[in-house]
Design a protein around this ligand. Structure first.
Ligand SMILES: CC(C)(COP(=O)(O)OP(=O)(O)OC[C@H]1O[C@@H](n2cnc3c(N)ncnc32)[C@H](O)[C@@H]1OP(=O)(O)O)[C@@H](O)C(=O)NCCC(=O)NCCS
Length: 450
């Protein structure tokens, strides 16, 4: 939905006869696709596929879409749902199931069938990947624990995630292997629990710092009455609606919407997509077509950035002290930071600060972007660029004409990723130039006209 490639056209052009599986591309189409390789290269997409979609005819086309994503350098992890297969097994064996989706109490008979359903589903997925020459692996990377007793009701074999082995998942992805993860996992004693796959996918997206979380299900709209066209909604709007009018959502996707919101509230996952997995080329259409084909919920990049308050001064000081030691930032005392706290903005996540920046007024329409710092764990995931974009926007709104910044180690970041142009220190306002000369840091100076 965000991007630009007219995949629908390409696919429509390329389809031959009645068989959508036999898609042929023209050489010029391939060139169009390759143009978008840098956009998604090395990103991680977590794709959760409902059991009903894994069972449907279109599943082989989904696997073809995943093969295209892989060929574009996108790393894919798959989470499997099993409800449809579980329901079918319950019906055929005459077993009354205590729970279908891993959301309520799971009795022993239901757990036994869930394990069978899971084995069938994983086999089907691995077979389909093998047919398209995609390497995949189903592995025991999740450790579960019991949900326990909720409101007096024992949830029996219903489990929640205790730990995900992200290092193994990361290794698989680095090797070009698609991890296939079913919604069942053992606890530390080897006892198995049924987990909700929507929640599992959300946790995996967060832990893998996936840029996209995708749910392939039986509807393309999250609205109770459905929607005729593709939709895009801001996570803040969706969150408010979930709190005030949950009945506006299609009950079948309520859990997916909640899990999507949870993932989007982190710094790394920027988009969640809920798609009808029965739509031909749904993944390619959603990612490479301007209009898209399902519901996209996007993180508001600015909502996590807020003005700093005096309570943030110590956290900013502690982080900047470390960065100053590494000669990235200029050392500033706690008193100095506290005195200028109005100039600072912080990027907040889960109640903690993961990045900060300041916007300093130098008069005559000149401002400085200073002290930009992203905590090392969160570096390389677009947080720095979002902070710089935020400051540029803010400086423009406040009527500044020029924004400059000084850096010793991050020159390529400002020039290649933030649109700044290197300039001579002589371009600095007089008082700032004096300070620059006194510091002997010999920083590079960058400027952007607003
Ligand atoms: C510089 C810094 C703010 C960048 O933040 P970040 O969140 O890691 O950067 P992003 O993820 O937004 O990176 C955006 C792009 O810039 C590139 N980039 C980031 N830091 C870079 C650096 N130091 N040198 C070259 N390129 C860099 C990234 O590779 C990425 O490129 P891509 O879009 O092609 O993948 C961060 O690394 C940091 O806090 N460094 C220490 C403090 C510092 O040097 N501050 C700048 C002085 S004010």
């Amino acid at each position: 939905m965000v991007a630009i490639l007219p995949a629908k056209e390409i696919i429509a052009n390329a389809m031959e006869g009645d068989s959508p599986d036999k898609v042929k591309f023209k050489a010029s189409d391939l060139r169009g696709i390759l143009e978008y390789v840098p956009l998604y290269r090395n990103q991680i997409f977590v794709i959760a596929i409902d059991g009903a979609i894994i069972a449907c005819e279109n599943f082989t086309n989904i696997v073809t879409d995943i093969a295209v994503l892989r060929s574009l350098g996108i790393n894919v992890a798959v989470v499997c749902g099993i409800s449809a297969q579980l329901e079918e097994l319950g019906n055929s064996r005459g077993v009354a199931l205590s729970d279908l989706r891993g959301e309520g109490p799971v009795d022993d008979a239901t757990l036994a069938l869930a394990r069978e359903a899971s084995a069938t589903v994983v086999q089907r997925v691995c077979d389909a990947f093998a047919a398209k020459d995609i390497r995949c692996a189903s592995s025991n990377i999740i450790r579960a624990t019991e949900v326990g007793i909720i409101s007096g009701v024992n949830q029996l074999n219903a489990g929640r995630i205790e730990r995900i082995d992200f290092s193994t998942l990361g290794n698989l992805l680095t090797l070009g292997i698609v991890p296939v993860v079913p919604p069942l996992a053992p606890d530390r004693n080897g006892k198995f629990y049924r987990i909700n796959s929507d929640s599992l996918a959300s946790d995996m997206a967060v832990g893998l710092r996936a840029s996209k979380l995708v749910y392939l299900t039986l509807t393309r709209s999250v609205r109770a009455g459905g929607a005729s066209r593709a939709e895009a909604a801001n996570v803040a709007e969706i969150k408010e609606l979930l709190e005030t009018k949950p009945s506006e959502f299609d009950s079948r996707v309520l859990s997916k919407v909640r899990c999507a919101v949870r993932a989007l509230e982190t710094a790394c996952t920027q988009r969640a997509h809920i798609l009808d997995g029965r739509d031909f080329a749904c993944l390619l259409n959603e990612f490479f077509d301007k209009v898209g084909c399902g519901t996209m919920i996007y993180a508001d990049e600015y909502q996590k950035i807020r003005k700093a308050t005096i309570q943030d001064a110590t956290a900013i000081y502690n982080m900047s002290k470390v960065s100053a030691k590494e000669q990235n930032l200029v050392y500033r005392s706690l008193e100095e930071i506290a005195a200028n706290i109005d100039a600072y903005y912080v990027y907040e996540m889960d109640g903690g600060i993961i990045a900060f920046v300041s916007l300093i007024n130098h008069g005559n329409g000149d401002a400085e972007l200073a002290s930009l710092h992203v905590q090392p764990f969160y570096q390389g995931h677009g947080v720095g660029r979002r902070m710089a974009e935020f400051v540029k926007k803010r400086a423009k709104e406040e009527g500044y004409k020029r924004l400059f910044t000084l850096t010793t180690k991050s020159a390529p970041f400002f020039s290649n990723s933030c649109g700044f142009v290197e300039t001579s220190p002589d371009m600095l306002p007089k008082a700032r130039l004096e300070k620059y000369e006194k510091s002997h840091r010999n920083s590079k100076v960058f400027i952007i006209e607003l």
